[in-house]
Design a protein around this ligand. Structure first.
Ligand SMILES: Cc1cc2nc3c(=O)[nH]c(=O)nc-3n(C[C@H](O)[C@H](O)[C@H](O)COP(=O)(O)OP(=O)(O)OC[C@H]3O[C@@H](n4cnc5c(N)ncnc54)[C@H](O)[C@@H]3O)c2cc1C
Length: 511
């Protein structure tokens, strides 16, 4: 029988909780996307036999899909992106403590210290504290009371989105600082609500981490066509106004009237709990290939973790980390190891699709570069090939080849001799049977087709069965096409893989 006592129950003290039967106490600090995936993977592996699981979340409410926050910014209800409401935890015997910040761990006494003054015993602790928005120094960001002026926002949480939405009015001037993925998403959502939006970006071209100059220029033209103004090579030096934002001053002295400023200038891993607990930290919390920190019994996963010198800021690697950690903690695959992830970005901004992976520019003299520019179709495609293998690709406008390219990029498969084949006939070079359809969750076409044939007739049902489409959601159109193509072959609904327990003999990866 699983204890349902909450942290607010006075009986939930260390003295009492130190011994509760032979199951061990697994505490997860953070209730974001990494924690959510870890919970799914733990439960799939029967973790409840081994652990009592307790999850602390600083944000109130259940877990939501942060990747889809722009839906809420665009006017959708919060429920539209909810992944695990409070009831989800109760139904699975997981103790959920929302709205409570963990301050530190006493790693000698194995205690979690919460900001409400309560202590909780742990045997295994997982830090999944994510990141916070980076806020650059800006003169005048604060009012006389030391708080941010009214009209200054970051774009990170559900609460941020609801605040931005409430504040924004059609016709207002909004400045978005940052022309990366998040800034462009925020700018489009505000522009769609009738605001007069300017994106200010420090680098010389938009999305400069993922795109080269040609790709970025094409993207910029499309964004400007939506009515959004773009100023590159600039930043905001000062915010003017007494209690609320009235204008911004750029670093070249330009003065722009503004009623709101949205900061989307990057992220910083949240390492404060680790630091306060003397757990070694560099930029992120240092972990090895099992996601273990240097302190026995303490692990870290997600954007707060630094593995082999890298911190990941998108969900695919984070989901891969969570799967390895669940394998290790449950003993399902004790030798499972995380070896790092290859990065792939896919988004639709201002109606233009973008996919980018690996290098944006060649780095060796021997690297081959293939570029296809179709001005009238607003399409730009580029491949970087090293020794016959794909080491970088970017697609702007036409991303039909993305699924095949990800597959050959991921697996290091040789490209066809005529490199253009993989762009013009996307199935060349990649085997259709296992093309990656959902990159966030690494779900291949064969698993999706099997699930359709086994009776999954809707995108929602496919998501429940395989997880496809439950990350950024950009593959949902492709899922619908696959349903149209294969639904006729459905074999009476039996045997669809279920996203509950792992069937005997099945692989847990990507289930
Ligand atoms: C607007 C937006 C759009 C995005 N779009 C994409 C996209 O298209 N594709 C993509 O792959 N990625 C995207 N991302 C990135 C993706 O959302 C993150 O990589 C992912 O959410 C990281 O998961 P995480 O669990 O590590 O961190 P988070 O999701 O940030 O979760 C961490 C949680 O821990 C809680 N926490 C922190 N400290 C404590 C504490 N001391 N005590 C208790 N709780 C604590 C936080 O409140 C938070 O809820 C986007 C992010 C944003 C903000």
């Amino acid at each position: 029988m699983v204890s349902r006592r909450t942290a607010h129950d006075p009986s939930s003290t260390v003295a009492e909780s130190a011994f509760r039967g032979d199951r061990r106490e697994l505490v997860i600090v953070g209730n974001g996307m990494a924690a959510s995936r870890l919970l799914d993977d733990l439960i799939q592996r029967g973790a409840e036999k081994r652990y009592r699981i307790k999850v602390f979340g600083e944000e109130s409410g259940g877990s939501y899909n942060r990747v889809q926050l722009s839906k809420v910014l665009g006017g959708a209800e919060s429920d539209a992106i909810m992944m695990k409401p409070s009831a989800w935890f109760a139904e699975r015997g997981v103790e959920f403590v929302p709205g409570v910040t963990v301050t530190h761990l006493d790693t000698t006494a194995h205690q979690v210290h919460a900001a409400d003054g309560r202590l909780h015993h742990y045997d295994v602790a997982v830090l999944a504290t994510g990141s916070s928005a980076f806020v650059p120094p800006i003169e005048g960001i604060e009012g006389d009371d030391g708080r941010w002026k009214r009209g200054v926002f970051v774009y990170r949480t559900l609460e941020d989105c609801l605040k931005i939405r409430t504040f924004a009015h059609s016709g207002d001037n909004a400045m978005v600082l940052g022309g990366g993925l998040l800034g462009l998403e925020a700018a489009k959502a505000l522009s769609d609500q009738g605001l007069h939006v300017t994106v200010i970006h420090l680098a010389d071209s938009l999305m400069n981490v993922q795109l080269d100059r040609l790709g970025a220029d094409l993207l910029r033209r499309q964004i400007e066509r939506c009515g959004i103004f773009v100023r590159t090579g600039r930043s905001i030096r000062a915010i003017r106004g007494t209690e609320r934002v009235e204008a911004v001053v750029l670093d070249d002295g330009t003065f722009l009237s503004a009623r709101m400023v949205v900061l989307a200038c990057g992220i910083r891993p949240r390492v404060e709990v680790a630091r306060a607990s003397n757990i070694p930290v560099n930029k992120g919390i240092l972990v090895n290939d099992t996601l273990a920190t240097h302190i026995p019994g303490v692990y870290a996963v997600g954007e707060c973790a630094e593995h082999a010198g890298k911190i990941y800021g998108i969900v695919t690697p984070i989901f891969e980390q969570a799967t390895v950690l669940a394998d290790v903690l449950t003993g399902y695959r004790p030798r499972s190891r995380y070896r790092g992830s290859k990065l792939y970005t896919r988004l639709k901004v201002a109606g233009i699709e973008v996919a980018a992976m690996g290098l944006a520019e060649p780095t060796l003299e021997t690297d081959e570069v293939i570029q296809v520019i179709e001005e009238r179709k607003a399409s730009y495609r580029k491949l970087i090939v090293r020794e016959g293998k794909l080491v970088g690709a970017m697609l702007v406008g036409d991303v039909e080849a993305a699924a095949s390219l990800v597959q050959v990029f991921d697996r290091g498969d040789p490209l066809p001799d005529n490199r253009l084949d993989i762009l013009c006939s996307p199935d060349a070079g990649a085997s259709e049977a296992d093309r990656t359809v959902c990159n966030c969750n690494r779900v291949g076409e064969s698993m999706i087709v099997d699930s359709i044939k086994a009776g999954c007739g809707t995108v929602q049902a496919l998501g429940d069965a395989t997880r496809a489409g439950t990350g950024c959601g950009s593959c949902k159109g492709l899922l619908a096409q696959l349903i149209d193509r294969h639904a006729g072959q459905a074999a009476n609904g039996a045997g669809a893989p279920r996203n509950g327990k792992i069937p005997a003999g099945a692989s847990a990866n990507g289930v």
